[in-house]
Write a new protein. Sequence first.
Length: 118
Amino acid sequence: MKDWEYNELFDAIQETYEELLDKEYRYAIAKLADEFDNLGKIEDIIIVDTTIGEITIGHDKVFIGRIEGITKRLSMFTPHEAKGELTQGEISDLSKRIHKVIDSLKNTEVDYNPAAEQ
């Protein structure tokens, strides 16, 4: 990861989300995904999706498209692809977080209205 440290990116995404909520930004999750796009393979697909997944599992309902997209991308993660970019401890932590997000999204109430993206 060329521009971010592992925990720094998780923290930055969470802080940005909280700032968007403070501004009462209606589509905070969608905006968050847009703001942290094109950072790099590990950053985009893994860390950003994991963090957004962690945020969304705390919501009452989650838009079906968000559930499907995050679940699909995180399900494709293999620890091998993070070698050289993350330490072994970071890979282990990320793997645990990914599994928690995927399992939790399976039990999240689905919303078919994109307005659930708040």
